[in-house]
Design a binder for this molecule. Structure first.
Ligand SMILES: [Zn+2]
Ligand SMILES: [Zn+2]
Length: 158
């Protein structure tokens, strides 16, 4: 499979979203959420810059592994994520896309996820919304430009 993260182009986007205080440093963090609810779209975050990759080609390949007309089994999702970790190229920042990675506060670099909670990894593998921080980049696969979230519009409090 063609493992490119994007078509090589980058665009800047603005999206409505939310803001909340970082639980670690108290600074405001702005973000939006990307719904990935059609079937199962496997996605990974970079372990050093809060970028994420959510490619249609991965969703299609994972769907092809499922029984016809059914959602993939939990074990299939898990093994697909692990395969993705191995074969995806590095993030342009030099980091790696990892199941254990989660967006970090742009001010103090604290992890914004709930790592350490029981079954954290299992929960992570069933998430269907990507957290997209202001300033972070999303990669959507070989046919699309990468998108930098330039600004969160009208952020509501969370
Ligand atoms: Zn912080
Ligand atoms: Zn990165």
């Amino acid at each position: 499979m063609d493992e490119r993260l994007s078509n090589g182009q980058t665009i800047e986007v603005e999206r409505p979203g939310w803001e909340r205080d970082c639980p670690s440093c108290g600074e405001v963090v702005r973000f939006t959420e990307l719904n990935l609810v059609e079937g199962v779209v496997p996605f990974l975050y970079c372990d050093s810059c809060s970028a994420f990759v959510a490619r249609e080609e991965d969703a299609e390949e994972l769907a092809a592994q499922a029984e016809r007309g059914a959602y993939p089994e939990t074990e299939q999702v898990e093994s697909y994520y692990k395969a993705m970790e191995k074969r995806l190229p590095a993030c342009p920042c030099g980091g790696c896309f990892r199941i254990s990675a989660y967006p970090t506060c742009p001010h103090c670099v604290a992890d914004l996820g709930n790592k350490g909670a029981p079954n954290w990894e299992k929960q992570r593998l069933s998430e269907n919304k990507a957290v997209w921080l202001e300033g972070a980049r999303g990669f959507f696969g070989r046919g699309r430009p990468s998108e930098v979230l330039k600004r969160v519009l009208n952020p509501g409090r969370r």
